[in-house]
Design a binder for this molecule. Structure first.
Ligand code: RFL
Ligand code: PHB
Length: 390
């Protein structure tokens, strides 16, 4: 098989790039390790910035998002019984975010690839990139007993944090920057009305909690848990009781509980790999960088990579202009690091850190007091939360 851009990974990054390139007449093949049902069963992001939404519309995949997604122009931060509304619109000249689940984004992208007759190969085992430092890179994957080969002009590694593409970059070229947090988020999805029309990020001495939603009948809640905890340690009853303890009284009192329909633990980690290009291999999304979910930046940062990469490929194929490809890594990383900084800041502000000094605890409280009393501090938070310009 032959294609112009071979894409490893059929998550939101890979599918969005594939669909955008298709609309410009550029051929792609997507190799996905798992089944479609498996990919759609992962419950992840819920908050999209408008830059992401614009790309979805450009990809002709924005219709359901615009119909069913909710525009949120504010959210709450709760601490010590107080609740502060962060007015995103007021602090950003009318900007907002869209609440629409990653599962739905991915479903819409799969449908678009199907409609266009795009090639997305599921259950592709042992995917490997070859000759990435030449102008004729190629991919192999295993289909049962057969090894299949795909010749490409370029390869894009959009295969998430645990993928193979980043590992194909030689050790003496690749630099990795990492911070691992000593806790995770236990998330529960339930078919219950959300406790608040807007998200509530709550700091509490027992640990962080977040009230989010997917729709008016589907809620998503998270609590900070030690890394040693497992899903089996948490019955639904124990989860709801702990969530209530960490929320302000009025919020806890309004909480409607019900059976969980999904429950999972995600460890919190910050990670960046540099460079994001090696030869004719380009990394995008979680394959190159991840953030703790506190600032809702992960999927949104993936989308900004796709924005740069898509335009770079179009310039290459349409005009023979390689400037975009040559500057991709540098441009993408500049925005990636700003998302890293913001996610680290939100995480540090709102979580309980075991074995933290009393000095650090005082600083965290002072940072919150400052945020609650300063319009400039709120404006900085709002500007980052709605997404910095591309
Ligand atoms: P993905 O989604 O991990 O997709 C990668 C795909 O590649 C496949 N794959 C392979 N395919 C072939 N060969 C291999 N060897 C392969 N190895 C892996 C995988 O099966 C998969 O299908 O990466 P992508 O596309 O870059 O998308 C990134 C986002 O998934 C991620 O950044 C967000 O989910 C992060 N995130 C959030 N981001 C936001 O912008 N807003 C949010 O509100 C938000 N909330 C969250 C989040 C992530 C969370 N978790 C679980 C970490 C909330 C949570 C709890
Ligand atoms: C979610 O709804 O899953 C969600 C929302 C906001 C975040 C993280 C996750 O910061």
């Amino acid at each position: 098989m032959k294609t112009q851009v071979g894409i490893i990974g059929g998550g939101p990054s890979g599918l969005l790039l594939s669909q955008l390139l298709h609309l410009e007449g550029i051929d792609t093949v997507v190799l996905e390790k798992h089944s479609r049902e498996y990919v759609l069963g992962r419950i992840r992001a819920g908050v999209l910035e408008h830059g992401f939404a614009k790309l979805m519309r450009e990809a002709q995949c924005g219709e359901r998002m615009d119909r069913e997604g909710e525009i949120h122009d504010g959210f709450y931060i709760a601490s010590g019984g107080e609740r502060l509304r962060v007015d995103l619109a007021a602090h950003t000249g009318g900007n907002s975010v869209i609440v629409y689940g990653q599962t739905e984004v991915t479903r819409d992208l799969y449908k678009a690839r199907d409609r266009a007759g795009g090639t997305v190969i599921h259950n592709a085992e042992d995917v490997r990139p070859h000759d990435i430092d030449t102008t004729s890179p190629w991919l192999t994957y295993r289909d049962g007993d057969e090894i299949r080969r795909i010749d490409c002009d370029f390869i894009v590694g959009a295969d998430g944090f645990h993928g193979v593409s980043r590992k194909a970059i030689p050790n003496d070229v690749l630099r990795e920057f990492e911070r691992v947090y000593p806790f995770g988020w236990l998330g529960v999805l339930s078919r219950t009305p959300p406790v608040s029309p807007e998200l509530v990020y709550a700091r509490h001495a027992r640990g962080f909690a977040l009230c989010s939603l997917r729709s008016q009948v589907l809620s998503r809640y998270y609590i900070q848990v030690p890394l040693t905890d497992t899903v089996e340690d948490w019955s639904d009853e124990a989860f709801w009781a702990e969530l209530k303890r960490r929320l302000p009284e009025d919020v806890a009192g309004a909480l409607v509980t019900g059976p969980s329909i999904e429950k999972s633990i995600a460890p919190l980690r910050s990670f960046v790999a540099e460079p994001m290009r090696y030869g004719n291999l380009f990394l995008a999304g979680d394959a190159a960088h991840i953030v703790p979910p506190t600032g809702a930046r992960g999927l949104n940062s993936a989308a900004s990579d796709i924005h740069y990469l898509y335009h770079a490929f179009v310039d290459h194929y349409r005009d023979g202009d390689d400037t975009g490809l040559d500057t991709y890594s540098q441009k993408a990383l500049a925005r990636v690091w700003k998302a890293q900084r913001f996610s680290w800041w939100m995480t540090t502000l709102l979580h309980s850190f075991p074995e933290r000094s009393t000095y650090d605890a005082k600083l965290q409280q002072t940072e919150l007091d400052y945020l609650f009393s300063s319009d400039s501090a709120l404006a900085s938070l709002a500007e980052n939360y709605v997404g910095l310009p591309y």
